[in-house]
Each structure stands twice: as structure tokens, then as C-alpha cells.
Write a protein that binds this ligand. Structure first.
Ligand SMILES: Cc1cc2nc3c(=O)[nH]c(=O)nc-3n(C[C@H](O)[C@H](O)[C@H](O)COP(=O)(O)O)c2cc1C
Length: 179
């Protein structure tokens, strides 16, 4: 057996620590969620990413007038600072076959997402993604792209689907592997 001196052990320990630190990302999960569905998915993502050793924050976008359908009239009360993170997961509900106006308003006011790894998901009630989910997540992706970044992955969760729990578990596992 090769013996390791104290100094070599310390160097090895330092190198492993540095390599681990370099692969850890500061991830922000930023969601709009009125009735809690989108937020519950975010909590599961948070648990999975924390278990993988990432630094993580889960934050909510909150508006004074959450149910206002006209995006130009949305008044945001809580606007998490996206600039703090290396990577971001944005989540929001579908409203009227579109992205929720609150998330539209929030994404619009972000100055830049340049250099950040981005993933987007939406939750919808109707059973098929073409019943609003695909359109909403596409709007979300495009809004992020106007801020100078590419979106790595998008997902739609159908809340009325009987396989919902299994689908969320799969999504959480798959998305977590991207970071
Ligand atoms: C005003 C309003 C409009 C909605 N429009 C749609 C829709 O077009 N398509 C759909 O599938 N679900 C629609 N839903 C259902 C929500 O998208 C769904 O319940 C979502 O999971 C709610 O997320 P939250 O609990 O995070 O707020 C709508 C809900 C509300 C309140």
C-alpha cells in the first residue's frame, strides 16, 4: 500500500474540495404560483438539487393584482433578483392559453440573463399540452431569449393527468441532471 504524507493528503483534500466547489452552481428557482401547484413542483426540484449539493434558493414572484389579465396593468410586489444566480429555473401557471401575466411582467422587467443556464416549466389544468401549456412555455422561452440567453429545456405539467405524480418525479429527476 502506498503511504500518503500529511502534506500530500492535505493537497489532495484541497484539490477535491476546489473541484467540488467549481461544479456547484448557485441556482435560483423563481416561480409565480397562485394556488400552489407550480410552487409544489418547485419544492420538489429544490429538494433534488439540494441533495445534489447545489446552492439553492426558491423565490416567489408576487403581484398586488394577481388575477389581472392585462399584463400592462400588473403591479409586481416581489421581484426576485435573477442576477444573483448562475442558473435559473422559472415556473408559472397557464392562464387563458397563455403564460400567466404575472410571470410575463416579471420576465419583461429583467435586464439581462446573459451567461445563465435557464430552464422553464409551466403547470396547466387541461389534459393536453396543446391546451395552453405549449403556447405558454414557448412565450416564457422567448421572453428569456430576449434577455440574451438560450433556454436549455422547457416542460409542461398537466395537473389533471392521472399519471401526474409519476410525470413530476420523472421531470424533477431529468431537470436536476442538467445542472
Ligand atoms: C384565470 C385562469 C385561467 C386558466 N387558464 C388555463 C388554460 O388556458 N389552460 C389550462 O390548461 N389551465 C388553465 N388554468 C389552470 C391553471 O393553469 C392550473 O391550475 C395551474 O396548475 C395553476 O398553477 P398554480 O397553482 O401554481 O397557480 C387557468 C387557471 C386560472 C385561474
Amino acid at each position: 500500500m502506498v503511504k500518503c504524507s500529511g502534506i500530500r493528503k492535505a493537497r489532495l483534500h484541497f484539490r477535491l474540495h476546489r473541484e467540488r466547489k467549481e461544479s456547484i452552481m448557485k441556482i435560483g428557482i423563481i416561480v409565480h404560483s397562485h394556488t400552489g401547484n407550480t410552487y409544489s413542483v418547485a419544492q420538489r426540484l429544490k429538494e433534488e438539487l439540494l441533495a445534489a449539493g447545489h446552492a439553492l434558493s426558491l423565490e416567489k414572484v408576487i403581484a398586488v393584482n394577481d388575477e389581472q389579465p392585462d399584463v400592462s396593468k400588473i403591479q409586481l410586489k416581489e421581484t426576485p433578483d435573477a442576477s444573483e444566480y448562475d442558473a435559473l429555473i422559472f415556473g408559472a401557471p397557464v392562464r387563458g392559453f397563455s403564460l400567466s401575466p404575472v410571470m410575463k411582467s416579471y420576465l419583461s422587467q429583467i435586464v439581462s440573463l446573459k451567461g445563465k443556464k435557464i430552464v422553464c416549466y409551466v403547470t396547466e389544468y387541461f389534459p393536453y399540452p396543446w391546451m395552453g401549456g405549449n403556447r405558454a412555455v414557448d412565450q416564457m422561452k422567448k421572453l428569456c431569449e430576449t434577455k440574451g440567453t438560450e433556454v436549455f429545456e422547457t416542460r409542461v405539467i398537466n395537473w389533471s393527468n392521472r399519471q401526474r405524480e409519476k410525470k413530476i418525479t420523472n421531470m424533477v429527476e431529468e431537470l436536476s441532471k442538467l445542472f
